[in-house]
Design a protein around this ligand. Structure first.
Ligand code: NIG
Ligand code: FE
Length: 424
């Protein structure tokens, strides 16, 4: 397994109890979602930002040549995994919305609050007022917390601006965070997150603005790789979603969808029709939607934190989807409205308890399959020679502790591009 390299080792993790490499098919489907490629009693050698050697401890001699200042981490029998990937987040916002949480506890639904002018539209009013510096500072805190829970790459959406100027302001904050902070951010334009206050009487005009002004501006400035839409009864219809995403595709952006979250509207079917990279939520996906997704490359990003925090009865039929061959990923959906959490491990616990996914399936869903949902399936989500050294050392001795030991942070160290960024 170990292969000699001429590169000097700058970081060595040794005495690893379980090295979860995730080598295997990309993406994982069906039974393959349980394959996580464990090497017991293992080491990983890193040179600069790249993984250069992996193997059993008894293969270390002769295969690793440490540089003078090589950092050595003793795994002490612990679990080591690839850095987790969070493929669906809304981390740039001005304020939290805990009052809406209380309103829901008192019996109001997410949609009732939205229709009364709260929800996404309240986040939009606040975001338009806040200055870029404060927005950056708030988002940095969120992203740092996400990283402290073991995430090394994440998708990040706009969607609280809903004017050309405010959407660009959000995407520029994401761009600056990506340039300056350790986390790698994959930006998504979500101008069609909701119809803003000033267009409530003329939704057609808002859709025209998204298509004719926002998409060209975002594409021209290369601010987003993906274009997402909230395709949902009471927000954007399937026809409107198709129109917007076709325009985004023509402008060079890759479609993603918030689909079938609260009602079954044919969002999953539309995602497959458009060749979307992912369809997300899917709490109310139809049987036809499952069948179509199973035969496609579109990744199903499930968000059990959202159904948990909204206390919804209808949850994504994950078992059925996995058994039928849909490639399933998991994400926090970190946002101030429907899922205020930065903890992807907490989502893994919810995936186990609510979606009946095993620890191994949840690992596939937060590494390899999550990488595919952001177009990085060939490069991220595995511990393999030549890939970026994005690695997590966990304070656990068996990977199955991940869903089981919940509500605490079991991350000991996070390594991003070969550098220790958490737990140094
Ligand atoms: O993924 N469903 C739509 N968008 C977000 C919620 C956004 C918000 O309420 O602020 C979601 O759940
Ligand atoms: Fe979302």
């Amino acid at each position: 397994m170990a292969k000699k390299t001429t590169k000097k080792t700058t970081l060595l993790i040794e005495n690893i109890g379980q090295l979860v490499t995730m080598r295997g098919p990309i993406p994982r489907r069906g039974k393959a979602m349980s394959e996580i490629g464990i090497i017991e009693n293992a080491f990983v050698a890193v040179s600069g930002s790249e993984i250069t050697v992996i193997g059993h401890m008894n293969e270390i001699t002769g295969n690793v040549d440490p540089a003078e200042n090589c950092s050595v981490i003793s795994g002490e029998g612990r679990v080591v995994t690839p850095g987790l990937i969070d493929p669906h987040t809304h981390p740039v916002f001005a304020r939290t919305r805990e009052l809406e949480f209380e309103m829901r506890l008192a019996g109001k639904t997410y949609m009732e609050i939205a229709e009364a002018g709260g929800g996404i539209r309240s986040s939009v009013r606040h975001l338009r007022e806040i200055d870029d510096k404060t927005l950056y500072k708030n988002a940095k805190k969120t992203i740092d917390t996400i990283m402290s829970y073991g995430v090394t790459s994440m998708e990040a959406k706009s969607g609280y601006g809903l004017s050309t100027e405010a959407e660009i302001k959000m995407l520029k904050v994401i761009q600056r965070l990506n340039e300056r902070e350790a986390m790698d951010l994959y930006p998504t334009f979500l101008g069609a997150h909701e119809v803003p206050d000033e267009y409530r009487d003329d939704r057609e005009a808002y859709i025209d603005l998204v298509i004719n002004e926002m998409i060209p501006a975002v594409a021209e400035q290369k601010l987003a790789q993906f274009c997402d839409i909230f395709c949902e009864e009471g927000v954007f219809t399937v026809e409107e979603s198709r129109k917007i995403l076709v325009a985004a595709k023509a402008a060079g952006m890759i479609p993603k969808l918030h689909a079938d979250e609260l009602k079954s509207t044919g969002g999953a079917e539309l995602a497959v029709e458009l060749g979307a990279i992912s369809a997300d939520h899917l709490g109310c996906i139809s049987d036809k939607g499952i069948e179509m997704m199973a035969g496609s490359d579109t990744i199903a990003v499930l968000l059990p934190g959202t159904t948990f925090a909204l206390a919804l009865d209808e949850i994504a039929p994950a078992r059925k989807m996995i058994d039928q061959g849909v490639a399933v990923a998991l994400s926090t959906d970190c946002n101030p409205g429907s899922s205020m959490t930065e903890s992807l491990p907490m989502i893994i616990t919810l995936a186990a308890l609510k979606l009946k996914m095993t620890a191994a399936e949840a690992l596939s869903a937060t590494t390899v399959n999550a990488a595919c949902a952001i177009g990085m399936g060939d490069n991220l989500g595995r511990i393999e020679i030549g890939l970026p050294a994005d690695i997590v050392v966990w304070d656990m001795r068996d990977y199955r502790e991940l869903p089981y030991h919940y509500g605490v942070n079991l991350v000991e160290k996070v390594i991003k591009n070969g550098k220790i960024v958490v737990g140094a």
